[in-house]
Design a protein around this ligand. Structure first.
Ligand code: GBH
Length: 465
């Protein structure tokens, strides 16, 4: 199982999850600062104030990446470092940080893949309505222009949004993510404004940079259980997947999505010309994949089973379908997140995307797993479960390529153990361990395994760790 010479092996992080230095050099507050500092919102009250302190340790971190042979690094730019109040004054110190980071990567032969938005909306914009408000769209397009003008000559690939599903539904519907709102209509308005922000940002990026442009979606790979489950699958597919691919890649919202959500909103926030702006040619469609989900029609009796991520009281991650569809517990094995391990779902997803969008180049922009790994007596982290998870998912991606999928690269989530949003520091996704007392980095067996995969470009024979 060899990967072609052009296949890009990378790893990924996100600004709020690794940078720390929340008050440094003019950075403004984001919705995740506010949320994580609100009692009861994150595990143990954890915040990203310090995180991995990557803001100060970036140079040794990219040395570490170079040591592993990473060809690309997917990071995100913190909007509140660049435009601390969301719109208006630009903070040069923020741009300088990413400029140094990008130059450092290029010096080490690592391709910079920069995401503009990985969930850290400037708090000032949330105070004006956040993603439920149309005003945020123009602010985002302006921020995209500023970043493209500053870094557009050196970044290898842009990503506009990371997982707008999470921003919209977890942030404004279910409330488990910042800003923690539980308003189904606001969640759907957020879906549209995120889509429009993506389209306008693509236009701004193209105007100032020749680099490739992508967006990253977290697709739901769905299975149905029981009678009538096709309708449950269709509904969740519409809300989770086609609500984004529809406008972005086909230029329209799916009719069934509009119908299913009619009791929540009339979609009056979609204005003339919006759909034309949202549909922009993309060099790459980024795919984040962790596990599958199984759904069935709810019979309306007893306690409803909720999907993982539906822990907060009130609100819904599935406007219009929350009293119709229930999520079914899936067979293990599971990761430490409780997510089932299903590599075949990745093959299926990539092949299905090729069938739906035959001309669209794909990359896996995130795949990885949290496990309860720890340092052994020999001073190493023997995370064989993560090695096994990654090996099987790389094999699954390879199988999709054999089936004709144009897959250009793969980013392991994550380079470092980091702030896992509502789970704080309780969940470790890194191939490099971070000691959150000393902030020391310790490559796990999975990091050595990955370095070997990158060096040989081959999953066979079994690689040493
Ligand atoms: C990604 O989110 C993030 O981009 C990244 O920042 C994060 O650290 C990483 O993954 C690990 O969590 O079908 O309702 O059960 C992934 C978030 C995980 C959201 C799976 C949807 C299943 C929802 N996704 N989850 S459900």
């Amino acid at each position: 199982m060899r990967f072609p010479e052009s296949f890009l092996f990378g790893s990924a992080t996100a600004a709020y999850q690794v940078e720390g230095a929340a008050g440094a050099d003019g950075r403004g507050p984001s919705i995740w600062d506010t949320f994580s500092h609100t009692p009861g919102k994150t595990w143990n009250g954890d915040t990203g104030d310090i995180a991995c302190d990557h803001y100060h340790r970036w140079e040794s971190d990219i040395d570490l990446m170079a040591g592993l042979g990473l060809q690309a690094y997917r990071f995100s730019i913190a909007w509140p470092r660049i435009v601390p109040t969301g719109r208006g004054a630009v903070n040069q110190a923020g741009l300088d940080f990413y400029s140094r980071l990008v130059d450092g990567m290029l010096e080490r032969g690592i391709a910079p893949v920069a995401t503009l938005y990985h969930w850290d909306l400037p708090q000032v914009l949330e105070d004006e309505g956040g993603w439920a408000s149309r005003g945020t769209v123009a602010a985002f397009a302006d921020y995209a222009r500023i970043v493209a003008e500053a870094l557009g000559d050196r970044v290898a690939m842009w990503g506009t949004l990371n997982e707008p599903w999470c921003s919209a539904y977890l942030g404004y519907g279910q409330g488990g993510h910042a800003p923690g709102r539980t308003e189904p209509a606001a969640a759907l308005a957020a879906v549209h404004h995120l889509n429009l922000a993506h389209g306008r940002a693509v236009q701004a990026l193209r105007a100032a940079s020749d680099a490739d442009v992508s967006v990253t979606l977290n697709f739901h790979v769905l299975r149905g259980a029981g009678e009538g489950s096709e309708d449950a699958v269709r509904r969740i597919d519409a809300l989770a997947n086609r609500a984004f691919t529809g406008p972005m890649l086909r230029g329209a919202y799916p009719a069934d999505l509009i119908a299913d959500t009619a009791s929540v909103t009339d979609w009056g926030f979609v204005e003339d010309g919006d759909l034309r702006d949202i549909r922009q040619p993309l060099d790459v469609l980024g795919v984040n994949y962790y596990s599958t989900a199984t759904v069935r029609l709810w019979d309306g009796t007893g306690e409803m089973q909720h999907a993982d991520g539906h822990k907060a009281a009130g609100g819904t991650a599935w406007p219009g379908s929350d009293s119709v569809v229930e999520f079914v517990e899936q067979p293990g094995p599971y990761t430490a997140m409780g997510w089932n391990i299903a590599p075949e779902g990745l093959t299926e997803l990539l092949v299905s995307l090729k069938e739906q969008f035959p001309e669209q180049t794909l990359m896996v922009t995130e795949n990885g797993a949290a496990f309860d790994d720890d340092v052994s007596a020999d001073g190493k982290v023997h995370d064989e479960l993560r090695v096994d998870y990654l090996r099987r998912h790389f094999a699954a991606a390879h199988a999709a390529m054999e089936a004709g999928v144009d897959l250009r690269g793969y980013f392991v989530w994550s380079l470092l153990d980091n702030f896992e949003w509502g789970y704080g520091y309780a969940k470790r996704f890194g191939i490099v361990r971070v000691d959150f007392d000393t902030l020391e980095r310790l490559p796990k067996d999975s990091a050595r395994w990955y370095a070997e995969l990158i060096r040989t470009r081959s999953l066979e024979p079994a690689l040493p760790v």
